[in-house]
Design a protein around this ligand. Sequence first.
Ligand code: ADP
Length: 262
Amino acid sequence: MEVDDQQISKIKKVFLILSGKGGVGKSSVTTQLAFALYEKGYKVGVLDVDLCGPSIPKMFNLENGVINQSESGWIPVYYDNEKRLGVISIGFLLNSKSDAVIWRGPKKNSMIKKFMTDVVWGDLDYLLIDTPPGTSDEHLAVMENIRSINYSDYSAVLVTTPQNLSVNDVRREITFCHKVGIPITGIIENMSGFTCPNCKDCTYLFTRQGGKILAEKSNCTFLGAIPIDPNLTRCIENGLDFLTTLKDSPCYSNIKEITDKI
Ligand code: ADP
């Protein structure tokens, strides 16, 4: 299918969600940002380009979702009947959860190109692109397509945990962003401390404020810190409804504040 300018110009803002390491909470942050923007009334798309480890369908509790083909292209899997929160992931195209995608660069590139040009999102306020950790074929493919499609408003949101090991890898992501010319909206520090539900004391299980310090040193905006929240894990593990389970939870409240800044 040819890239349809009209279709593409309907996406107002694109965020690439990046992290240096896996397991720092990039996909959960993407999911929470999507829900927070959706709750604000926006129309949101989530594109999962983590081809080898797609966790977005599980996060949205849409594991049985199917991508349908229309004359104009692929129809996202929707969370809601109103079709304001849509998701595209390779996870929807695999036969089983244990299927492995073992592809070299060119095959990954062509799948990402399809994801970025053949999906019928309709009008979108935000497209959140969840990427694999690091800087790999997938990131380059996304950037090439963003440029050829000519999205006017795109930028990166970096996710790290507070520890040096994660922060150091995010430094590499910052260098990547500078090299490929993607503006950085800011850094989110995930898993920063655990507040005891009884005594309300906050325990910093890892180093303190690594993400904040990195943001200051690298001249990036610090978007906020998200605590470790057992409700989030419980919600994802047990396939509970996100909006009801996390309604008053500390991590989601902080994410909602972050959406005021992006
Ligand atoms: P990544 O996308 O960076 O690989 P995920 O978003 O898949 O990381 O998160 C890894 C695991 O950590 C998931 O089981 C998720 O539920 C958990 N997790 C992430 N952020 C938090 C948090 N703030 N509080 C509690 N658990 C979290």
